[in-house]
Design a protein around this ligand. Structure first.
Ligand SMILES: *Cc1c(COP(=O)(O)O)cnc(C)c1O
Length: 463
């Protein structure tokens, strides 16, 4: 174990080198490319003695570092890729250093779940949500949707006099949705509910992705009182459209269903008094998904679920470690491992706690409003240039557009992304090939939008 002893003795040198490299990277992230075509051969055999961390770092820098793109930089507009605030990075480093296995909040041993429970309270406060939600951290909105829908599944079972968690799923569970994110559909598959089983609700007329409430009620009536799950959108991924939560509240008074909202990034509209109205009524949903590695700007992998506390028994029935008696009664000895998919878990709350505590409500209001402003600025460019067209109005922070000559979209985007100045992702919307630019990075400025639009103009000029 020579290398291990040497590394222990040189811990200071090793971590200082990594710290300095990190600072250099982050201080120059503006200039860093947003795409990479570097090639790297894969090593298949592990060496006997190891090479020590200093040499491993050198090897990483030589072989893998060139693969790293500025995904947390200000012009990575593909998918919905968040940045990382300085405080979030500090918290993330400390999560690694303290390396807690976050499960319980009282007792002896690791009680780091106190931090997670507090962070959930801070998030509920940020989102102006009531305190009757129980929440926790998972790896992403996909797992959050999965967690929420798993509890919904157990709820449906109860309505039918069954315990799906114990007995397995039987029958066809009715799920209604208009524009579910692909990860919710994937969750239906993982939960044994069937990705092909959801009932399609119509979207509203007029270039919308939000569900048509009248059609929803028709589809509900057709179920003849059968309980169902409604997956609604608090920001669709293409055009950031929001279902009408107030109307859904009215339906909830008349019909028996589990109401889930996927608000992966749209939930952050609640940080701004100007955009909060989009979420009006969401506080009555049975479960809500919010991503943290998007608009909260913490490193991957981080998201939360909120499930109404009144459903806690269903949640425990779903996630308890039912054959591990040594873990005690899950309702009495609280431990996260009985409330969500993972057992052993990283202290994922700490980066979120750091950034929330550091920047507060105002900080997030500013990030959200500034990103929306940049989206509108970019949309203005699209709107004013004859080569481009908006595919949908900008409702929040995402610009969904195409080229007026649709046949050019694929090559245009390829050329643009290869330049490495800005990164966007392809989409398909309203029967058209399109491009999506999502603004969720605290650093994105007017100069970044200018740099991106200049790169786009250069490509047009090349033709
Ligand atoms: C990004 C996103 C997801 C999936 O989130 P991951 O963090 O990638 O797992 C789910 N729903 C919506 C609306 C999203 O934008």
């Amino acid at each position: 174990m020579n290398n291990l002893n040497t590394d222990q003795q040189n811990l200071d040198v090793l971590l200082t080198a990594v710290k300095q490299q990190g600072i250099d990277y982050l201080n120059h992230i503006q200039e860093r490319t947003t795409s990479s075509s570097a090639e790297v051969g894969i090593v298949y055999d592990l060496n006997e003695e190891g090479i020590g961390a200093k040499n491993a770092l050198a090897q990483f820098n030589e072989r893998f570092e060139p693969l790293m793109v500025a995904s947390s930089g200000p012009r990575y507009w593909g998918f919905v890729t968040g940045g990382t605030t300085p405080a979030a990075i500090a918290g993330d480093w400390l999560s690694t250093i303290y390396d807690q296995n976050t499960q319980s909040a009282i007792g002896t041993g690791d009680i780091s779940a106190v931090i997670e429970l507090e962070t959930i309270q801070l998030l509920l406060s940020l989102f102006n949500l009531p305190k009757d939600y129980f929440g926790g951290f998972v790896t992403g909105a996909t797992m959050s949707n999965f967690t929420c829908l798993a509890v919904a599944r157990q709820w449906i079972g109860k309505q039918l006099g069954k315990d799906f968690a114990r007995e397995g799923v039987s029958g066809t569970i009715k799920v209604l949705s208009a524009t579910p994110h692909s990860s919710s559909v994937k969750s239906l598959s993982m939960l044994g509910l069937g990705s092909g089983n959801f009932i399609q609700v119509k979207v509203m007329e007029g270039n919308r992705e939000a569900l048509d409430v009248a059609d929803l009620e028709l589809k509900i009536k057709a179920l003849n009182g059968e309980p169902f799950i409604l997956i609604s959108s608090g920001g669709t991924v293409n055009t950031v459209d929001f279902d009408d939560f107030e109307s859904i509240n009215t339906l909830k008074e008349k019909y028996n269903f589990w109401w889930h909202i996927d608000a992966a990034f749209g939930g952050f509209a609640s940080c701004s008094p100007r955009y909060r109205h989009l979420l009006k009524g969401w506080e009555n949903a049975d479960s809500i998904t919010v991503d943290c590695h998007k608009w909260l700007n913490v490193p991957y992998e981080s998201a939360v679920f909120f499930v109404k506390e009144k459903h806690q028994l269903l949640q425990v029935e779903t996630f308890q470690n039912s054959n591990a008696a040594y873990l005690g009664d899950p309702m009495e000895n609280f431990s996260y491992l009985n409330f969500l998919p993972e057992n052993s878990r990283r202290l994922k709350a700490l980066p979120a706690w750091f950034t929330l505590t550091s920047y507060g409500k105002k900080g997030y209001q500013e990030i959200v409003e500034s990103n929306i402003e940049m989206a509108l600025l970019f949309a203005g460019f699209i709107n004013n240039h004859p080569a481009f067209e908006l595919l949908a109005p900008v409702r929040l922070n995402t610009v969904c557009f195409s080229l007026t000559d649709e046949s050019l979209v694929v090559t245009f985007l390829e050329k643009l992304n290869t330049k490495g100045k800005v990164f966007m992702t392809p989409t398909f919307y309203n029967g058209k090939k399109g491009i999506r630019a999502a603004f969720v990075n605290w650093q994105t400025s007017v100069a970044d939008v200018k740099l991106a639009t200049n790169a786009m103009l250069e490509i047009l000029a090349e033709r």
